[in-house]
Design a protein around this ligand. Sequence first.
Ligand SMILES: [Fe+2]
Length: 265
Amino acid sequence: MMKIKYSLHTLRLAQALLATRTRQHRCFSGAIEKSNNFFFRQLFDTESCTYTYLLGDSDTREAVLIDPVLEQAERDAKLITELGFKLIYAMNTHMHADHITGTGRLKSLLPGSRSVIGKSSGAQADIHLCDGEAVRFGCHQLVACSTPGHTNGCFTFVCHEQCMAFTGDALLIRGCGRTDFQEGSPETLYHSVHSRIFTLPDHFKVYPAHDYKGQTASSVGEEKKYNPRLTKSLEEFVQIMDNLNLPYPKKIDESIPANKVCGLF
Ligand SMILES: [Fe+2]
């Protein structure tokens, strides 16, 4: 009798252990599947030094593009088609002043895709995002995080599950976007970066809208340590930003009106 009781107890214990292991296995498998079906490609426009990012779910084939450039729209559409993705969102981190967005052209080339931009940008789009809202593609999502300062309507798009932040012009690699036009404010930018980007975990990768020195990515921890502007005090940062004496952007007069309507069609 005792032997049977012991056996039942052992059996229950074994079942409990098996259930725990199965749960762990399921969680582990889920994590692997999430990584395995996440597609990522960084693209570059040599004239404006803009990075465009293609993100996709390789199971559902849904994809999004971040910061496409008008002159590269055909390239991007061809790649998306070749890879068998369906573009659902063409997104902009902000209303750019240095190039015309490819969003409008991509909507024509890939019917069914919709333009996305932050509501505070003041630009037209199919979808306007507010702080904390997310866009989904397959089982992945990008959360819109308001990071004004370069412009009023700048957003950083964060993919928490993949530990990635698409920072637009708010935070560049060892730099940041200028603050001397388009409602720019160094105080606001400093606050945005410190409160919304530098509060992400250090290992989160930083993917900016531009780089002029051939750097492709950084991390939150790296920028917190080595960014020559944003490691300074607010007062020093404002002083730096107010004395950059940058030239008037070449394409601003054609870019802003076009980007207000989310690009040329
Ligand atoms: Fe910009």
